[in-house]
Design a protein around this ligand. Sequence first.
Ligand SMILES: Cc1ncc(COP(=O)(O)O)c(C=O)c1O
Length: 389
Amino acid sequence: MSRFYEVKDRMGTRSVKWDMAEKLFKSKEVLPMWVADMDFQAPQAVIDALRERAGHGIFGYTLTDELIGGNIYDWVKSRYNWTIDTNWITYSPGVVPSLHMMVQALTEKGDNLLIQTPVYPPFYKVVEQHERNIIKNELIYRENRYEIDFVDFENQIKKNDVKAFILCNPHNPVGRVWTEEELKKMADICLKHNVLIFSDEIHADLVLPGYNHTPIASLSEDINQKTITCLSPTKTFNLAGLQASYVITADKKLKKKMDDKFLAQGMNMLNTMGITALEAAYQHGAEWLEELLGIIKENKDYALKHLNATGKIEVVEPEGTYLLWLDCKKTGLAHEDLKTFMQETAKVGLNDGASFGKEGEGFMRMNIACPKATLEEGVDRIVKALKEL
Ligand SMILES: Cc1ncc(COP(=O)(O)O)c(C=O)c1O
């Protein structure tokens, strides 16, 4: 049996997804399918490397040396055909911390930053917490699919003198893997109006068959000089608790500003176990990842088939990520009632669509990175509850 079918009890491991669920959803019976981590064990090579490192027993300050940079170089080259220079790398405990750093280091108080909504909730926070302003380029939702409104994208930038654009690619929660053409169009507008691109590509490896991830910075040297890219093995290999990620900045001046900001915050080192896991995952995790992507596709197909058949939920078909964006408007429920319905009647713990922006009202987000038995249980709970609605 594939290791991806094994249901491992995560309760009692201080799991945010599982151990916080009762408090958040106000019931012990709710099946957690919310926060974006997976109910799968990391690749065996990662577990073995961590065990071996733990066995050494000394956990002093640890270097992110050229070998670690080499692992990243190889991964980025082999997965996205992007040739980086290891001098462009800044290590960071997480992509959200990196976004906070970028906003502080590369924009000024009062600046306007563009995001494409609905979007991952911290995008709002990393802007507003530092007294910058959100400018929205709302995605177009048409025939159950999201697209970019390029005219509005440029208008918003011009009208508001936007200084930076925070791109989410692949996009959480709408599941688009932006095409080269779409990325090029956005990048050209950014170059034309001197807008920096902060590109959150944490879901880059989680792309479904038939789609390809393109780092926006890889499109041209000009775009590369204007882009700061966040990548990480933590979403890909389920290592979020180990906190090891990195930022790629080709432009020397921007990189220095970023590095100075990281230093000023005392953030110049990763934790030992995070480094160990990153190295093992990038060296030995490719086969595990292929298997994972097959499982995500199976789960996605199951959820789509059964949820769409209810006639009340329309799943936005994802091209990437393991997050399903459920259009629940045909339930006829007001948003607050929809949340209560999912929590109290269906007894599934989903993310509130409205937390991604007002465009997310009538939507819920469902995490399908779990063993098939868990996925089927969650989907079946919703299907049964909808029958009685
Ligand atoms: C788009 C996006 N960025 C960042 C993160 C979190 O990154 P980190 O845990 O490295 O801060 C997530 C997690 O779900 C995400 O979906």
